[in-house]
Design a protein around this ligand. Sequence first.
Ligand code: G3P
Ligand code: MG
Length: 252
Amino acid sequence: MTTRKIIAHRGLPTLAPENTQRTFNKLLDYNIDWFETDLSITKDAQAVILHDDNLERTTDTTGLITEKTTAELTEVSNGAWFSPEFAQERILTLIQLIDFLNQNKLNVNIELKSVIGTFANDLANELVSQLVQALKLLDTQINVIVSSFNPLMIAKFKALDTTTPTALLFSQNSLQADWDFYMQALDTKIIHPQSEGLTKEKVQTIKDHGYDLNVWTVDRIDRANQLFNWGVDGVITNIAQNMPQIQAKTPR
Ligand code: G3P
Ligand code: MG
């Protein structure tokens, strides 16, 4: 028997705007117990939940998140782009996320975004430090994975927190011959490869190396079933609400 983990990507982003309180609340309606979210940081070093470096796509303002202060973001809508119904959604802070997790006992995959801009290294250190402190506030029954495409962000995190499981993200292009070098160098036991181009043979090789795999972003039920039949441990999906039927444990 194997666990088929369904990880809701940025919440339920087809039902409510990604990475907002309203989309996370919807996870409760569908009894979804794992979700993925993205962690970034403001100019004045407030850790916040946002996917893009730039605010243009998901808010009603422009510019880099690392060039905005918390005060400047107070009135910024993080949901109007999706529908007027969500115009009051604001960019969540890490602390608000932690409160939500503790209240609802959901498991979370927190993706550490790369930090860009003039003070990128200082802000990256601050981001990782705040995450480590915040995780100490979490109820112990909550499962956490800290992931990143950026090996340096994982290295910074592991320097401060040696117990929380970490995962390294790979795109189809970056999953090259040196993938295991990165995994071993970081002492990371979970790999998050892109679904596109991922083959049964590659999944088997990764499993043979002893790693857990959660695959992104899997928005077709037949592909999710195929991946699970190949032995992947989880899929990260934009349509977790449509996947309860494959969450049942079945013989491999
Ligand atoms: O963690 C999986 C997925 O979120 C990685 O890509 O760009 O959606 O953060 P992205
Ligand atoms: Mg992400």
